[in-house]
Design a protein around this ligand. Structure first.
Ligand code: ZN
Length: 246
């Protein structure tokens, strides 16, 4: 049997400690609910939170991480630039990244995209209907053609990101907006999946379709064993080249 994929779930873990509606739904933090679900899918899971030294994302932790799952929101400006650089390097070197909900407003994601990543938003606990746009994609294995979250925060287009490489999921909201809610990128050797749902005071991360999509995306984003390491820099010819005339 091959080694299990090693996942680190990072969560700011601020709202659940300071805001009663979030604490009620996620008493041990959003990361605890996501980690429990990923363990059920046979991944090796650890968690990290912002208040830990180096935000729990030390060189050792990242070197032992195949896929980083990311939730952040209100403390993004207090996140260490040095740790952002460290995570960025690991992604270019092949670590997968799953960016959840407001994680799209983090320094890390903006650096990866090179754009503002700005969105439209509204907290009105309205219905979100999520449609599968890529029915043969591994991230939506076991997911129906569409599913609904009875109450979510609205994120609306335009979402200021570069054109995604793959458009996997699209959301419609009761108020009329739409949003590209499941999109993929590659940066260096790293694969990135952006998954929109997951407001801190709504029970979205208990939804079985949401849990399955996150679990599938971890499997998709994990580095593929045995793939060649690219060689950079000056290179000798593989075939003899004609000699230049003097
Ligand atoms: Zn939110």
């Amino acid at each position: 049997m091959s080694n299990p994929i090693r996942v680190t779930v990072f969560n700011e873990f601020h709202h659940e400690n300071h805001y009663e509606p979030a604490r009620r739904i996620y008493p041990d933090g959003i990361h605890a609910v996501i980690a429990a679900s990923l363990k059920e899918h046979s991944y090796e899971v650890q968690t990290a939170t912002q208040d830990q030294p180096e935000h729990g994302l030390t060189e050792d932790v990242l070197n032992g991480t195949d896929v980083l799952v990311w939730w952040s929101h209100i403390l993004v400006d207090e996140f260490s630039d040095e740790v952002v650089e460290r995570i960025h390097r690991r992604i270019l070197d092949g670590m997968g990244l799953i960016v959840l909900h407001s994680g799209t407003q983090s320094k890390l994601f903006k650096k990866l995209m090179g754009t503002s990543c700005a969105i439209k938003w509204r907290e009105a606990d309205e219905k979100e209907r999520i449609w599968v746009l890529a029915p043969n994609h591994p991230i939506v294995a076991g997911v129906p053609e569409y599913f609904e979250l009875p109450e979510e925060e609205m994120y609306g287009e335009f979402f200021d990101v570069p054109p995604p490489e793959e458009l996997v999921l699209m959301s419609w909201f009761q108020g009329g907006e739409v949003f590209r809610s499941g999109i993929t990128y590659t940066r260096g050797k790293g694969k990135i999946f952006v998954f929109r749902p997951g407001h801190e005071s709504l029970p979205t991360y208990y939804n079985p379709h949401v849990q399955r999509i996150i679990a599938n995306s971890v499997g998709w984003a994990a580095p593929v064993a045995g793939t060649p390491a690219p060689a950079f820099g000056n290179a000798q010819p593989l075939e003899p080249l004609p000699q230049k005339q003097a």
